[in-house]
Ligand binder design. Structure first.
Ligand SMILES: [Ca+2]
Length: 271
């Protein structure tokens, strides 16, 4: 009986991974180096605002307006997407800024790009076979451009924008990735759930707690530009260690916590 249950689970896992393969991977957050224009918000490029179905890799996007797309100052910059978990990413759908505005005939849309992936939010590699240009969109309601490439392991995707279609400001309507979740190593997945940072956001001190009996060795604090700003030895720690962060500037940090058998990355907001 037990054996049958196990096989049922394996079968269900296979089926669900097959179903997952057709499902969009929606980033949990996105940040950019562009300064927003017209009161636009980046969240409207990952939350389905303006899409006729969500989540979707194929739905049309309405004419781009300040409430459903993002527009930023200038013509070059970076968008960083956090997928929230490890995925094997096989492509993405991209809805460029269209004729809805602000630039005429989609001139605000992104043109030349480099697409990169990262598993730790620090080290990025170019994605082989990824697009290097997004098309100009001259219609109001627009379908996505759909791209596929050889699968890459990613928790983070970065799009480096080098140019747009002629406007002095740059934007796009929506993005959704496609892929399947990848399985973490047993130790990584144990640390992922056993290690926490609190309080978060934190002001003067943050504690690293570890509810597993896996040994932790070191913690590395990186700012959003990927610069290492603090490194600590955790070997003396049993289950908890308090860290003074008064010296850190306010902002978002990635904290890589490395143990004997695995590692995990946590996000920390310093107030
Ligand atoms: Ca949108």
């Amino acid at each position: 009986m037990k054996k049958i249950t196990v096989w049922k689970l394996v079968f269900l896992a296979l089926i669900s991974s097959f179903v997952y393969a057709q499902d969009p991977v929606i980033p949990v957050s996105v940040i950019t180096s562009f300064t927003p224009e017209f009161g636009t918000e980046l969240i409207n490029t990952i939350n389905g605002e303006g899409l006729e179905a969500f989540p979707s890799l194929e739905a049309d996007h309405d004419g781009t307006l300040s409430i459903n797309s993002f527009v930023g100052t200038g013509t070059a910059g970076v968008f960083d997407y956090d997928l929230g978990a490890p995925y094997s990413i096989i492509g993405f759908s991209f809805w460029n800024q269209n004729n809805g505005g602000p630039g005429a005939a989609g001139s605000t849309g992104i043109q030349d790009v480099t697409v990169q992936s990262s598993t730790n939010g620090l080290d990025y590699l170019n994605v082989p076979g990824a697009p290097t240009v997004f098309a100009q969109v001259g219609t109001n309601v627009s379908p996505p451009e759909m791209f596929s490439f050889t699968p890459v392991d990613a928790v983070f995707i970065r799009i480096v924008v080098d140019s747009n279609w002629g406007d002095i400001i740059t934007g796009y309507a929506e993005i959704a990735f496609s892929g399947v979740p990848t399985i973490l190593s047993v130790a990584d997945s144990q640390l992922e759930s056993a290690v926490s940072l609190f309080p978060n956001p934190a002001k003067e001190q943050v504690s690293i707690a570890n509810s597993s009996n896996l040994k932790l060795n070191q913690a590395f604090f990186y700012d959003v530009s990927g610069k290492l700003v603090l490194q600590l030895d955790l070997e003396a720690t049993q289950n908890r260690q308090r860290i003074n962060i008064v010296e850190l500037a306010s902002g978002l940090y990635l904290v890589k916590i490395v143990g004997d058998q695995g590692q995990t990355i946590k996000r920390l907001v310093k107030q």
